[in-house]
Ligand binder design. Structure first.
Ligand code: TXE
Length: 479
């Protein structure tokens, strides 16, 4: 177990990054270790003037940056990935202290994030010939949008920043990046390290409260917002961005269903399904948030998932034996605790977990509940925490209808020993991604994003990259 009372880190240990310079904030943010509830670091907080400086720097840097070739920009992105991977243990520890997740998963977040950045930076975006005949040649070019504002949440700050950052940079844009006020430190460090690779002004990183996000979304010199976070805030971002007709990519919440068919083997799928629900203590946009199990496998699946839950050690993420860390912040801890209490009061059966320990830290044990109504909060809302309902069905058509009966549409999965049967059902899920016998499988080459109110646009793949570019037709009449 790492040093419990690690040195308090002060504002001078972290800096805003503006135009290649490391800058102190006007004010500060207290950063809380969610495993202890103690303030363990003080981060700088930017004011409006810092945003003005960062946007001006990003705009100045744009001319030279967009003039580089895709390959030249890709080379710098790969260099940045190497730098981050070299420091993945140090960065991973910082991420665990501010976010709470197990240290192995923090380190993996850098491995995964940089692999995705490198993958995207290898995707060719060719000029497309739309039409060519004796009279004319019509081409479709993709141009950078300009300055991209990136706003990230607190559940996977490094991977989500890297996904948007690498897409924006590779496609020739410059960036102002803002992490969540709950988890500013890792992103500030990533901003400092970026200056070893990218020219001044290409990557600017500012931390502050939610107001900064609003200012970015309003700013007339920011051309696009790439936002990851809640549906409610995503709607505000879209409304505010409309004033300047900014482009937006919104990666929002989900209430992902997993449908377990009668031919699935509960023992074989339990581990994968358990971690699809509970990784990062359920604080994942694409975590499974409700399980629909066929009545013939229901009992066995419940008991196999309970075994997994009982074996998953909950604790401080710095302890290498920890499998599930705390919730990231008090707001989320209280929200999940409240939903859990309401679920119990409404007569649900708690299969495992369910009791919140009286100890420091935002800990909630992995909890599985049954005997809940479809319209209860635990089923119909995005709980974003380690409390998951298991619901019984008889007819797969009924399961599909209930799975689709939501305003969310991020992803979903079907579990079966017959992949063709699973695929047929998956094709009818109203989601951005439908998996069979897996969940949470993402890649640089595959678009990810939400149907319905789970988002707008896609991240990753050539589809995601084109969201950071303006299509431009060049039409030439032949003599
Ligand atoms: O998210 P917000 P919060 C869900 C989860 C959680 C709820 C609220 O259910 O309980 O959202 O979490 C910035 N204009 N998810 O309040 O507000 C903010 O500073 C522009 C699911 O932390 O969405 C932060 O950087 N930006 C989600 C970012 O938005 C604004 C992940 C995200 O914060 C802003 C996180 C504004 N008006 C929470 N207000 C997922 N599914 O991935 C805030 N921000």
């Amino acid at each position: 177990m790492a040093e419990p009372a690690a040195r308090m880190q002060h504002q001078r240990d972290f800096a805003l990054t503006i135009d290649g310079q490391f800058v102190a904030g006007d004010e500060t943010l207290d950063v809380i270790d969610p495993a202890t509830e103690e303030v363990f670091a003080i981060a700088p907080a930017a004011g409006r003037e810092h945003l003005e400086q960062a946007v001006a720097a990003a705009r100045r840097a744009l001319r030279a940056w967009r003039a580089l070739s895709f390959e030249e920009r890709a080379e710098l992105i790969r260099q940045y990935s190497v730098l981050l991977r070299e420091r993945k243990h140090e960065l991973g520890e910082l991420l665990t202290r501010e976010q709470g997740k197990p240290i192995g998963q923090s380190v993996a977040e850098f491995e995964r994030g940089t692999a995705q950045a490198d993958g995207m930076a290898g995707i060719e975006i060719p000029v497309e010939v739309l039409l060519e005949d004796d009279n004319r040649r019509i081409e479709l070019h993709y141009r950078p949008l300009g300055v991209v504002g990136i706003i990230t949440p607190w559940n996977a700050p490094a991977a989500l920043a890297l996904g948007s950052l690498s897409a924006a940079l590779y496609t020739g844009n410059t960036v102002v990046l803002k992490p969540s006020p709950y988890t500013p430190l890792t992103t500030l460090r990533m901003g400092e390290l970026a200056q070893q690779v990218f020219p001044p002004g290409v990557v600017n990183v500012l931390a502050a409260g939610n107001d900064l996000g609003q200012w970015m979304t309003e700013h007339p010199d920011i051309d696009k917002i790439s936002f990851t976070g809640s549906v409610a805030t995503g709607k505000k971002v879209l409304a505010t961005a409309s004033e300047t007709l900014k482009r937006v990519t919104l990666e929002l919440g989900g209430n992902d269903p997993a449908i377990v068919l009668d031919d699935a083997d509960p023992q074989a799928i339990a581990r994968s399904l358990f971690f699809a629900c509970f990784v990062n203590s359920g604080q994942v946009c694409m975590a499974v948030k409700r399980i629909y199990a066929h009545e013939s496998v229901y009992e066995e699946l419940c008991s196999a998932l309970v075994d997994e839950a009982n074996a998953a050690r909950v604790g401080n993420g710095l302890d290498p034996d920890t499998k599930l860390g705390p919730l990231q912040n008090r707001m989320q801890y209280e929200k999940v605790s409240e939903i859990l209490e309401e679920t119990k009061n409404n007569g649900a059966t708690v299969l495992t977990g369910g009791e919140i320990p009286d100890r420091p830290g935002y800990f909630i044990p992995p909890t599985l509940v049954t005997d809940v109504d479809d319209d209860s909060r635990i089923v119909s809302e995005e709980q974003f925490g380690p409390v998951v309902p298991i619901l019984k069905f008889t007819d797969p058509e009924d399961a599909l209808r209930r799975a689709n009966d939501t305003r969310y549409g991020l992803s979903g999965s079907v579990w079966t020993s017959d992949p063709a049967r699973g695929k047929a059902l998956a094709e009818r899920m109203e989601v951005g991604t439908a998996w069979v016998n897996q969940h949470r499988a993402v890649s640089a080459y595959v678009p990810f994003g939400g149907a319905k109110q789970s988002g707008l646009g896609r991240q990753y793949s050539i589809i995601g990259l084109k969201g950071y570019m303006e299509p431009k037709v060049v039409s030439v009449a032949k003599q």
